[in-house]
Design a protein around this ligand. Structure first.
Ligand code: GLU
Length: 475
């Protein structure tokens, strides 16, 4: 049997972290089993759905790299199929039309509450029976599923273990509304059946629907899939994760400079573990993932850990991968990398200093764009009269240097200046750093100079010397 899983979001908003984790688990399980993954958009609630939400979900899934083998299917395009199955259940007397009005149902509920009974729909209630007997064909009605009255539904949840619910706890569910539209619990069953879904991985908020759905599978003569219900995600503060906790839309993580691989690694650990391992390559995630290692209890979000992981991924990923995702931020920050060193070399040098791609994009401008001013604080401190001699000598050595490599810059420029002038490294290193980068913070200055390129370095040292001269003249 080929394993087939699905992710079935309702397009009422963007793809949020909880949904993304469910999608990831479902996707990983399919991959782990050599199976297939289906994307289905559950857009039956026409009033709450929007095309923007569909687009946002697809964008989020693609950004995370959770590619689907089939779909996206849209429930809104499958109404004929659902109606055909409702009609089949009607014909087999496994479902029935109910004409009881909303007012009547409200009245019965109030009576039940007054009598301290559990409020529920009961097809044998005399008032409901009377309403149904008096009704004529063609009058507005709903279709209800005839839930078994006896026995119980038992299923073996892959995360939560054995669950048993007695049938007398379940009333006859509406499967087609008065307006003719089918309801969630019914369409989800028809879809999972038609699409050959073997494993349903979804949020715990659906666990109460599962026994009802199992009864429907059985009535339809469909095989019942295996279920796995994932626990909730809580915010840093222990409350249910919500907008209030900051970035909850997956695309907001993109905007804030996270790599999708870092977010996936973060999400897999949010409720799943393999010993105390924290870092998983995508291959490892696929190889090691299993449903029974998903935690039963809720997991709390930890922004600091996400930062740490993101830094790890920026530092250790193939620079070409980082470059691909940095591109959006370069455009967003209006930085063109046309005039300057290969972006991958810059990433290798600067990446480890950054927790996010936003920071990375901010820190690399001087490789590609000339600046007209030095950062005030750094210039005040390091571009002073004492730096004039060292910088002049450095300039001469830079101009004379034959092979422009980091090692040569280190030996032939920086060390040579220190030796000739008998000064410490800081007396040339810092002025040079401010001169070539414009500020006081950068990776090793020799490596930075190599990437900036000789012509730019020459021009910038000259600019620093002019700055010092002007400052002295005004003193
Ligand atoms: N469409 C449902 C939701 O977004 C999910 C249904 C399911 O996974 O069975 O909550």
């Amino acid at each position: 049997m080929t394993v087939k899983t699905r992710f079935a979001p309702s397009p009422t908003g963007y793809l949020h972290v909880g949904g993304a984790r469910t999608a990831l688990y479902s996707w990983l399980f399919a991959k782990n089993q050599g199976g297939e993954f289906v994307l289905r958009i559950e857009d039956t609630d026409l009033e709450r759905n929007s095309q923007e939400a569909v687009d946002a979900i697809l964008e989020g899934m693609k950004w995370l790299g959770l590619e689907w083998n089939e779909g996206p299917y849209f429930q809104s395009k499958r109404f004929d199929r659902y109606n055909e199955q409702v009609d089949k259940l009607l014909a087999e007397d496994k479902a029935y039309k109910c004409y009881a009005s909303k007012e009547l149902l409200d009245e019965i509920r109030e009576e039940q509450e007054a009598n301290k009974e559990m409020p529920r729909y009961d097809s044998n209630h005399p008032k409901i029976k009377a309403a149904n007997e008096a009704a004529k064909d063609g009058e507005p009605c709903v279709v209800r599923f005839r839930n078994p009255k006896e026995g119980s539904v038992v299923f073996d949840d892959q995360i939560r273990g054995r669950i048993e619910i007695s049938n007398d706890q379940m009333d006859d569910l509406i499967i087609r509304r008065t307006d003719g539209s089918p309801t969630y619990n019914f369409v989800v069953v028809v879809d999972d059946w038609d699409m050959g879904i073997t494993h349903v991985v979804r949020g715990e908020d659906h666990i109460n629907n599962t026994p009802r759905q199992i009864n429907i599978y059985e009535a339809l003569g469909a095989p019942v899939p295996t279920f796995a219900h994932c626990a909730m995600i809580l915010g840093d503060d222990g409350a249910k994760l919500s907008k209030r906790h900051g970035a909850v839309s997956v695309m907001q993580y993109r905007d804030e400079g996270y790599l999708p691989n870092a977010l996936n690694n973060y999400l897999i650990r949010l409720g799943w573990s393999h010993g105390d391992q924290e870092i998983f390559s995508q291959e490892e995630m696929i190889k090691l993932f299993s449903l029974d290692a998903i935690s039963k209890s809720a997991s709390a979000f930890n922004t600091e850990k996400l930062h740490w992981l993101n830094n790890h991924y920026i530092k250790t990923s193939d620079p070409a991968y980082v470059a691909e995702h940095l591109q959006w931020h370069l455009e967003n920050q209006n930085l063109s990398t046309e005039n300057g060193p290969a972006i991958t070399s810059v990433i290798t040098l600067v990446g480890e200093r950054c927790n996010t791609l936003v920071e990375l994009a901010e820190q690399i401008r001087y490789f590609y764009e000339d600046f007209s001013e030095f950062e005030a604080g750094a210039a005040k401190k390091h571009l002073r009269g004492v730096a004039k001699g060292p910088l002049e000598l450095a300039l001469a050595k830079v101009e004379a240097l034959e092979a422009w490599t980091t090692a040569n810059i280190k030996e032939g420029v920086i060390s040579a200046v220190c030796e000739e002038l008998e000064i410490g490294m800081g007396k040339i290193g810092m002025p040079l750093r401010v001169a070539v980068t414009g500020g006081g913070q950068s990776p090793s200055v020799d490596a930075v100079m190599e990437l900036i390129g000789k012509d730019r370095v020459v021009a910038r040292i000259k600019m620093a010397l002019a700055f010092i001269a002007e400052r002295e003249a005004n003193a």
